[in-house]
Design a protein around this ligand. Sequence first.
Ligand SMILES: Nc1nc2c(ncn2[C@@H]2O[C@H](COP(=O)(O)OP(=O)(O)O)[C@@H](O)[C@H]2O)c(=O)[nH]1
Ligand SMILES: [Mg+2]
Length: 299
Amino acid sequence: MTFLQKLGFWRKKERKETEAPPFLSKPWREINWGDNQRDLQYVKDYRPQTDGQQLRILLHGQVGAGKSSFINSVQSVLQGRMYTQALVDNTSHDCFTKGYTTYNIQKGPETFYPFVFNDIMGLSPTGVQVNDVKLAMMGKVKDGYGVVRGVPFYNNHPTDNDKVHVLVCVIDANTVTCMHKEIEEKIRQIRIEATHLNIPQMAILTKIDEACPEIKDNLQNVYKVNYLKEKMEQFSVNVGIPMNCIFPVKNYHEEIDLNSDVDSLILSALKHIINFGDDYINFDKSQQLCAMSCQNKNM
Ligand SMILES: Nc1nc2c(ncn2[C@@H]2O[C@H](COP(=O)(O)OP(=O)(O)O)[C@@H](O)[C@H]2O)c(=O)[nH]1
Ligand SMILES: [Mg+2]
């Protein structure tokens, strides 16, 4: 054994002895790997309680975090083939999502899923302002805002369908430990605004394949790897989103065919996003009914 090989051997040994083991003895969340049919059917069968109601999911986060890729991944899982409607930016670090855009997902020849995604321009110290996200959450931003200057973007009379029902912060797992303080602060402020509006908040942690070699090797390690759990805990503390509202995903980004394990994580996140949004729709409706009945009593 050469000197360098010996050094490498001792360093590895030392690391193993001082660091927590990379794998937990059992996964800290259960995923039904290989059996996506139940979750897929759940999403396909989802209908809000009121006819004509749409569930609006607003994605926000840093440029390049994987927002557009997540929308495409959801479309791909639901359509059963690779989909690239939301343009993904592989080249620059500027905002590629040109404005406030609603993405509908086609279900049949002339039908759409009752949930839609909005992708707001990436958060960067100079990017979208907290107030823009607040207006979007209230349903006051029209599609296309940010694309054409001078075009009226303000929706004075938002309907229940224009309002956001669940806010999802998209975070690149590689950036959790080195996130710009200003961005962390913006995420926190957006959370406060969402809380004032009673809108539930969640986060998805993307690029887990890049962040962890053990996960890149086998996606089923996602809830066994200590390192990722620690990253999620750190993010949870930094921005105040509870652990049970954070979901790790790997987006489709280079694949040409679907993969069952990728689908499992996307569906797990999507199912929870829908549930959270649906709870808010029902809560909001009951508040409106309550307010109406109080008004009637006072008349
Ligand atoms: N390895 C890996 N790359 C990803 C993942 N999600 C997105 N990407 C890549 O990250 C880059 C930025 O993604 P994009 O969806 O445009 O980010 P956005 O600015 O938040 O909309 C693109 O090159 C994607 O292919 C992921 O889960 N894993
Ligand atoms: Mg984008």
